[in-house]
Design a protein around this ligand. Sequence first.
Ligand SMILES: [Zn+2]
Length: 186
Amino acid sequence: MRLTDNRYANEKQQFELALRMIQHEARTRTIKACTGLSDDRIRKVYTTYFRNTGQDTIKRRRGKSPQQIGLFVKCPRNQLEATTLVAVFCASLLLRVDRANKVHICWPRPDVEFGHRVCRAFETYVLLHPKHAINFEWAWNLLQNISRNDELYLAVCRQCGGRYVQDAYAIDRRICPSCEISNMHR
Ligand SMILES: [Zn+2]
């Protein structure tokens, strides 16, 4: 039965994404937005696969995603990591930057493919910054926030010409975090 096969394939994808997102400690609300699974099913995935399995390090997070932007611009290191994430989001075709440096989200609304792309982007960022300061939910927040072109924007460095994540309400010295870090060590 083709219809049943398709339904099974869809459920498998939803389920695999839920597992992947739980491993990144994504919030139930975020998992729900991407997978379309109910709270109850997400809870079951969590209890079946992560509770009493020795993988006690994985926490189940509830409530809303963090909303503030302070973490991304707190220090050059975090600013550099936020910039890496935005670059990886662009490479994953989740975001697009236009000629005026405005950021646009490429996905009308979250779905399973979107969720897998966000996971893959986050995993790439973690490989590049093993002691990463930004967790999955903060990365999710950054993805939404940067595409609003409101509190955060892409500034251009006067030293190297590179783009970097900057707070729209902060005084911008037009030095990107990479240049700032290398200037400190000079
Ligand atoms: Zn620079």
